[in-house]
Design a protein around this ligand. Structure first.
Ligand SMILES: O=C(O)c1cc(=O)[nH]c(=O)n1[C@@H]1O[C@H](COP(=O)(O)O)[C@@H](O)[C@H]1O
Length: 305
């Protein structure tokens, strides 16, 4: 689905946030993981089945109020081949519930290999005369560090299948400035990357006024958000770092345009692990996640008014 669809879902729900689905086993209530370990033993299969059950429960609790989910591939790779199945089942369930899926893969490589990544997560694999979507994400995060020929295969999927990208520009982590804020011919590297993101977005406009090539801009960096917002007026921003990484609603206002659009703020652990604050050993994890998603929505909406 195009960025146009994401914007429509954000408007429809009045909620510019995305729920991250980064389930480690310790984030999952005992009544789910224990049942699966009874069935399958202490195995990767038990862990993967627990992740799917947990994710589907979260999606059920959130799908009418949150426009999108963002599974981070690493947490599924932790589970080997069972993790790949868990990721696919999660994506399919989110789509069935009308949610936009941002595959957080942060991949890149030489063109031939980047083509495999793009086909795997956004496009389709050809088997004989049949084309099959291994994952079918609507959007993926991409690392543009290898330059245009490494990004081109992902752009191709955006052109042919109305998919979108979020390019890493200013990441939320404490060390991001070691390189991203280094001077590169008079501008910081993140600004140079933003210029490349603008170039990659040319010709990929959508009716909502934003193009298919977005940017990842950390909630933890309000000043850089302001600079990048001016450099990329037509790019949607994926803004991670709210909640568990310490950023608050006052930190994210600069990522948005005056019309309250232009950015979507992520929370993964904050929503997934909300149940750990209720003291009910997770029986109420869906209600806790929903309450946190509503609190976050109202927090963000109030901050960008
Ligand atoms: O691409 C991302 O989503 C991402 C970029 C970034 O700069 N910082 C960042 O935290 N993320 C991801 O956003 C999520 C943040 O998770 P929480 O800190 O638990 O909300 C994780 O899946 C990270 O991999």
């Amino acid at each position: 689905m195009s960025i146009q669809t994401l914007v429509e879902k954000i408007k429809e729900k009045g909620n510019p946030t995305v729920a991250g689905l980064d389930a480690r086993l310790e984030y999952i209530p005992q009544h789910i993981s224990g049942r699966n370990m009874m069935l399958h033993g202490e195995t990767l299969r038990a862990a993967a089945e627990s992740v799917v059950a947990f994710n589907c429960g979260l999606i059920d609790a959130l799908c009418d109020i949150v426009p999108a989910v963002k599974p981070q591939a690493a947490y599924y790779e932790l589970l080997g081949s069972y993790g790949a199945m868990a990721l696919k089942e999660t994506i399919d369930y989110a789509h069935a519930k009308g949610m936009y899926v941002i595959g957080d893969i942060k991949r890149n490589d030489i063109g031939a290999t980047a083509t495999a990544y793009a086909e795997a997560y956004l496009g389709k694999t050809r088997v004989g005369d049949t084309e099959i979507a291994p994952y079918g994400c609507d959007s993926v995060t991409v690392n543009g560090y290898l330059g245009t020929d490494g990004v081109e295969p992902f752009l191709k999927e955006c052109r042919s299948r109305e998919k979108s990208l979020f390019m890493l520009v200013k990441t939320s982590n404490p060390s991001s400035g070691e390189l991203q804020n280094r001077d590169m011919e008079g501008k910081p590297l993140y600004a140079r990357m933003a210029e490349m993101v603008a170039k990659w977005g040319e010709g990929l406009d959508t009716p909502c006024g934003y193009n298919q090539i977005g940017a990842v801009v950390g909630a933890t960096y309000p000043e850089e958000q302001k600079i990048i917002r001016e450099l990329l007026p037509k790019s949607y921003f994926l803004v991670p770092g709210y909640g568990a990484q310490g950023a608050t609603a006052k930190d994210i206002a600069n990522a948005f345009n005056d019309d309250g659009l232009g950015a979507i703020v992520n929370s993964s652990r904050g929503i997934m692990c909300a149940w750990k604050k209720t003291g009910n050993n997770g029986e109420d994890y869906k209600e806790a996640a929903r309450a946190e998603a509503i609190r976050m929505r109202d927090d963000i909406v109030n901050a960008i008014k």
